[in-house]
Structure formats: structure tokens, C-alpha cells
Ligand binder design. Structure first.
Ligand code: NAI
Ligand code: 15L
Length: 271
């Protein structure tokens, strides 16, 4: 513990201007003396020495290295968060995540919490239950970048001993938006619970966990991640009646077929 009795002195939070980053910028204050928030998009200004704000493009290797100085642990959310052309994904997600791990290595940072995505297994049908050991079936370039991030995490653990918890986040929004999200929803409070366990659990090596609330219908088992101690407390059931008033997707709609939903039908981009 630090003198303030928080487990970390400084957490680096990437993607701090995004939907999830804005939430974690607040909640992580309970676990570190200083949160260093970074993003390429505008962020709320700093509110004091405990709340550092630094603009940076994850594609800028030297910039990312500088971000990581005097940091204890990285929560890496930054990057393109939806399906896009490969070239866009390449800079932010593939190069960007490589830069995060290189910065962790050079700055002797021992753990990364990596925002992966359920889309690494997006091409499985919705009636199959998955766990973290099934072969991946990425559903696009975005998902491929997350698969690469998970593999980087494994490599940096085996080669350099840097631990990672890869969070295969389902759908983390204030509430589920459609039928599919009744299965994939992760409440913001459960996201916070998950990130805290990913930061604090001991001896995680490279662990993979699905980020999903205690929904009635779930496609994912966390049987291989019990050592993290993540216990979701929320459920999408509270929103079922409201969602079931929406028109039902057609039986051949990707949102009805594959776990990755509409992402499985995005693109092609360009030519
Ligand atoms: P978001 O799109 O709201 O936030 C991502 C942030 O990354 C944005 O503020 C953006 O400006 C920043 N960013 C993009 N390119 C960058 C670059 N080159 N350099 C620096 N910053 C850059 O996404 P959200 O929803 O907050 O998600 C956070 C993370 O969690 C993302 O990595 C996303 O892929 C992942 N995730 C989110 C899910 C969700 O349901 N919200 C589900 C699965 C994964
Ligand atoms: C993701 O990976 C995306 O970042 C998010 O915007 C949602 O679309 C989510 O997956 C989902 O699968 O619902």
C-alpha cells in the first residue's frame, strides 16, 4: 500500500475520453493516488494533481513511452472501438497496443488491464456457450486487432513477465439497447467491479475473462477466470420488458445469428 492506503500510486488510463474511460477515470480514483488520463480526443480538464490529463496519439511510440513514466499499472481502453477499415485499425489498435506493451517493458510496469472484446469470438452462433479456451473466431478487422492484443499480452507475459488481464467486454452501455444485448450486457457498475479485480487479483499471468453481467441468458462462461474473483451483481432482466417491445430482428439478421451481431456483416470498406 502507498502512504495514502491506496493500492497504486499512479494508474495510466488510455481512452479516457471514451464512454468507458470517462466512467473509469472517476471510479479508479479510489484505487490510486494519481490517475493519468490520456486520449487523442478532448478530455475534461484536470481537477488537480491527482488527476493528470495528457493528450497523445497511441500511434506515437515516443509519446506513449513518455505517458508510461512513473506508472504502476496500465488500464488500456484506447483505440477504435467499432469495425472500421484495416488502415484505421492498424494505427490505433495494432501499433497502439504494441506501443503500450513496449512502454510497459521499458518502464518496468508489471501489469496491463487490456480492453479486448467479445468480437474475438464473434463468429460463433448464439446457441453455443463459450469459455476463454475455445479457439477465437474474430468477426472483423477490429476483432482481429483485439485478438492481436491478447496475443501480445501472452507474449509479453512469457517473455518479460508483464501480467495482463484481457477483458472480453460484452456490451457496456448504461442499459442494453436490443435483444442481443440482453445476453451481452455489462453494466457500468459491473465493469468497475471487473476492472478492480483485474487490477488487484494476484498471479494473473495472462488471464482472459468475459465482461458480462449476471444476465439470465449468457453465452459465456468464466470458468477459467475464477481466480480473478469477479462477481457481477447486475442483470439485463430489469430491461427485458422494454427491449421486448422493440420489433424482433428477422431470423436471418446477423443480430439473431452470431454472437458478434451486426459486426459480422460490416464492410467491406473502400474498393
Ligand atoms: P470509445 O470509442 O467510446 O472510446 C475509445 C477512446 O479511444 C476514444 O475516446 C478515442 O478518442 C480513443 N482513441 C481512438 N484512437 C486513438 C488513438 N489513435 N490514440 C489515442 N486514443 C485513441 O469506446 P468505449 O466504449 O469507451 O470502449 C473502451 C474500450 O473497450 C475500447 O478499446 C473498446 O474496443 C473496448 N470495448 C468496449 C465495449 C463496450 O461495450 N463499450 C465492448 C467491447 C470492447
Ligand atoms: C464492442 O467491442 C464495441 O466496442 C461496442 O461499441 C459494442 O458494440 C460491443 O462490442 C458489442 O458487442 O455490443
Amino acid at each position: 500500500m502507498t502512504s495514502s492506503q491506496k493500492p497504486f500510486n499512479r494508474i495510466l488510463l488510455t481512452g479516457a475520453a471514451g464512454g468507458l474511460g470517462q466512467i473509469l477515470r472517476e471510479t479508479l480514483q479510489a484505487h490510486a493516488t494519481i490517475i493519468r488520463s490520456t486520449d487523442i480526443s478532448p478530455m475534461t480538464p484536470s481537477r488537480g494533481a491527482h488527476d493528470e490529463v495528457i493528450s497523445c496519439n497511441l500511434a506515437d511510440k515516443a509519446g506513449v513511452d513518455a505517458l508510461a513514466r512513473d506508472v504502476d499499472v496500465i488500464v488500456h481502453l484506447g483505440g477504435i472501438s467499432v469495425e472500421r477499415a484495416f488502415e484505421e485499425i492498424l494505427e490505433a489498435n495494432i501499433r497502439g497496443t504494441f506501443h503500450i506493451y513496449e512502454a510497459a517493458r521499458k518502464n518496468a510496469i508489471k501489469r496491463v488491464v487490456f480492453a479486448s472484446s467479445n468480437h474475438v469470438t464473434g463468429f460463433y452462433p448464439q446457441d453455443v456457450e463459450l469459455d476463454a479456451h475455445v479457439p477465437r473466431r474474430p468477426d472483423g478487422y477490429y476483432a482481429l486487432s483485439k485478438a492481436y492484443g491478447e496475443d501480445l499480452a501472452a507474449f509479453y507475459f512469457h517473455r518479460y513477465g508483464i501480467e495482463t488481464v484481457s477483458l472480453r467486454i460484452g456490451s457496456s452501455f448504461p442499459q442494453p439497447r436490443n435483444q442481443r444485448m440482453l445476453a451481452t450486457w455489462l453494466s457500468h457498475a459491473d465493469l468497475d467491479r471487473l476492472v478492480v479485480r483485474a487490477l488487484l487479483a494476484r498471479d494473473v499471468g495472462h488471464s482472459v475473462v468475459y465482461g458480462v453481467s449476471a444476465n439470465r441468458d449468457r453465452w459465456w462462461s468464466n470458468r477459467h477466470a475464477e481466480h480473478l474473483g469477479f462477481v457481477p451483481l447486475d442483470s439485463s432482466e430489469a430491461f427485458r420488458a422494454q427491449i421486448e417491445r422493440q420489433p424482433k430482428p428477422a431470423t436471418d439478421d446477423p443480430d439473431n445469428l452470431f454472437q458478434g451481431g451486426a459486426f459480422t456483416a460490416a464492410g467491406p470498406f473502400g474498393d
